[in-house]
Design a protein around this ligand. Structure first.
Ligand SMILES: Cc1ncc(COP(=O)(O)O)c(C=O)c1O
Length: 423
C-alpha cells in the first residue's frame, strides 16, 4: 500500500522549503498583480487523488477506462465555468494560460496566419507574438500600442492596422494595462475585417467573475484565461468560446497543445468557479478594484507618476523616474522586496530601458485584498512605497520604514500562523 506518512516525515528537506516559502508569503506584503493566496480547500482539491487518473480525451470520449468520476468532475467544472461567465462552451483542460492561448490559436488558425495583438513592451503577453515564444515563431504577429499622451490603447491605430494587415485574429487583453477595455469597439473592428476576436482575459478574469469588470464573453469569439490570479483558483488555464468554435478549440488544446488532462487541477477549477459564483466573491472583486484605485491615488499624491494616470482594474504601473531620473524598476523592485514589499519590475510604455532593467514597477491588489487589507491600509502602503524609494539612501529612515512595513504585514498575513493543510 502507499506510504501515508505526511510530507514532513517522508521528505523533511522538501517540507522545510515549502515551510520557508509559507514564511516568506506571510511575512512580506504581496503586491504581484498575477498572484493570490489559495484556500485550504483549493489545496485539498488540487492535491487530491484525482492526480492518479489518466484520461486523455474529453468526458464521454476518453482513451482510457475508469473515467466515470473524472468525467463528472470535468463536466461540473465546464458547467460552472459556462454559467459563471455566460459562455456557450468551456474547455477546462488547458494546463496554463500559455497553453490556453496555444490551443486557441492552433484550433482556429493555420501556422503563418496574421494576428493583431498588443505590443509586448506596452502590456501584451509573451504568447502575443514574442520571438522567444511559439507564438512569434509560428504566427505573423502585427502589434498595436498605446497613445503616447494618454497611455491608453490607441483604437485608431488598432483599426488602421486591422485594415492594413487584414489579420485572421485580433487579440485584446494584457499582462500590464490598468484601464477598462472597450470590448464592443474591438468587436466592431474585428467584424470590419472579418477577423476572429480573441480576448486574453488571464489577468482580469477574476474581476469579470466578480462583476467588477465588463464581461468580454458576449463580444468575443474566444476568451482565454488563467485560473490562478484574482480568480483565486489553482494554477491553470481556461478557454471559453462560442459553440461554433467548440470542436476546433477542444482539438487545439488536446491533442494539439498537450496530452492527458490534470484532473486534480480540473477539480480545483470546479471549486474556484463555485466560489466565484458566491456573493462574497463579488464583494472581494470590487474591493480589489477599490484598493488598487486608492493605492494608485495615494502614490500619485506622493509624487509618483502612474501610467495612464489611474487604474480601473486590479493593477497599475508606476514610473520610477518620477522619483529619481536614475532609479530603475529593477533597483526599486529589489529594494522594496528587501524592505518587505514584493512586486515586480515592468516596462512602461516607450520605456528607454531594457525589459530586464525597466523604468517601472507593476503593482496589483488581489493578494493584499485576500489578506483583508482595505482602503485605510492602501493609504499606509502607498505612502510607505514612495517613502522607501525616496529615502533609500537614508539608513535611519529606512530602518523605521522597514519596521512599519513589517507591522502592516504582521497585521494582515495571507495565512494564519498554523493553518490546516500546512506541511
Ligand atoms: C495576458 C496573459 N496571457 C497569458 C498568460 C500566461 O499564463 P501562464 O503563466 O499560466 O502560462 C499570462 C500570465 O501572466 C498573461 O498575463
Amino acid at each position: 500500500m502507499i506510504d501515508t506518512r505526511p510530507l514532513s516525515e517522508l521528505d523533511p528537506e522538501l517540507a522545510a522549503l515549502i515551510e520557508k516559502d509559507v514564511t516568506r508569503q506571510r511575512s512580506k506584503i504581496q503586491l504581484i498583480a498575477s498572484e493570490n493566496f489559495v484556500s485550504v480547500a483549493m489545496m485539498q482539491a488540487s492535491g487530491s487523488v484525482l492526480s492518479n487518473k489518466y484520461s486523455e480525451g474529453y468526458p464521454g470520449r476518453r482513451y482510457y477506462e475508469g473515467c466515470q468520476v473524472v468525467d463528472e468532475v470535468e463536466n461540473l467544472a465546464r458547467e460552472r465555468a459556462k454559467s459563471l461567465f455566460g459562455a456557450e462552451h468551456a474547455n477546462v483542460q488547458a494546463h496554463s494560460g500559455s497553453q490556453a492561448n496555444m490551443g486557441a490559436y492552433f484550433g482556429v488558425l493555420d501556422p503563418g496566419d496574421t494576428i493583431l495583438g498588443m505590443r509586448l513592451d506596452q502590456g501584451g503577453h509573451l504568447t502575443h507574438g514574442s520571438p522567444v515564444s511559439f507564438s512569434g515563431q509560428l504566427f505573423n504577429f502585427v502589434a498595436y500600442g498605446v497613445d503616447p499622451e494618454t497611455e491608453m490603447i490607441d483604437m485608431d491605430e488598432v483599426r488602421r492596422l486591422a485594415h492594413e494587415h487584414r489579420p485572421k485574429m485580433i487579440i485584446a487583453g494584457y499582462s500590464a494595462y490598468s484601464r477598462i477595455i472597450d470590448w464592443a469597439q474591438f468587436r466592431a473592428i474585428a467584424d470590419e475585417v472579418d477577423a476572429i476576436f480573441l480576448v486574453d482575459a488571464a489577468h482580469i478574469i477574476g474581476l469579470i467573475a466578480g462583476r467588477a469588470h465588463p464581461n468580454p464573453v458576449p463580444h468575443a469569439d474566444i476568451v482565454t484565461a488563467t485560473t490562478h490570479k484574482a480568480l483565486r483558483g489553482p494554477r491553470g488555464g481556461l478557454v471559453l468560446c462560442r459553440e461554433e468554435f467548440a470542436k476546433p478549440i477542444d482539438k487545439g488544446v488536446f491533442p494539439f497543445a498537450q496530452g492527458g488532462s490534470i484532473n486534480n487541477q480540473i477539480a480545483a477549477k470546479a471549486l474556484a468557479f463555485e466560489l466565484c459564483a458566491r456573493p462574497d466573491f463579488e464583494e472581494y472583486a470590487h474591493q480589489i478594484v477599490r484598493n488598487a484605485a486608492v493605492l494608485a491615488d495615494t502614490m500619485a499624491d506622493e509624487g509618483m507618476r502612474i501610467v495612464s494616470q489611474k487604474t480601473e482594474n486590479h493593477m497599475f504601473l508606476s514610473d520610477m523616474r518620477s522619483i529619481d531620473e536614475e532609479l530603475t524598476g529593477k533597483e526599486a523592485g529589489i529594494l522594496l522586496d528587501q524592505m518587505g514589499i514584493t512586486l515586480n519590475r515592468n516596462s512602461i510604455p516607450f520605456d528607454p530601458r531594457s525589459p530586464f532593467v525597466t523604468s517601472g514597477i507593476r503593482i496589483g491588489t488581489p493578494s493584499v485584498t485576500t489578506a483583508g487589507m482595505r482602503q485605510e491600509q492602501m493609504v499606509t502602503l502607498g505612502t510607505l512605497i514612495v517613502q522607501i524609494l525616496r529615502q533609500r539612501n537614508d539608513e535611519v529612515a529606512m530602518k523605521e520604514l522597514g519596521t512599519r512595513v513589517h507591522e502592516l504585514a504582521d497585521e494582515f498575513p495571507g495565512y494564519p500562523e498554523d493553518f490546516p493543510g500546512h506541511v
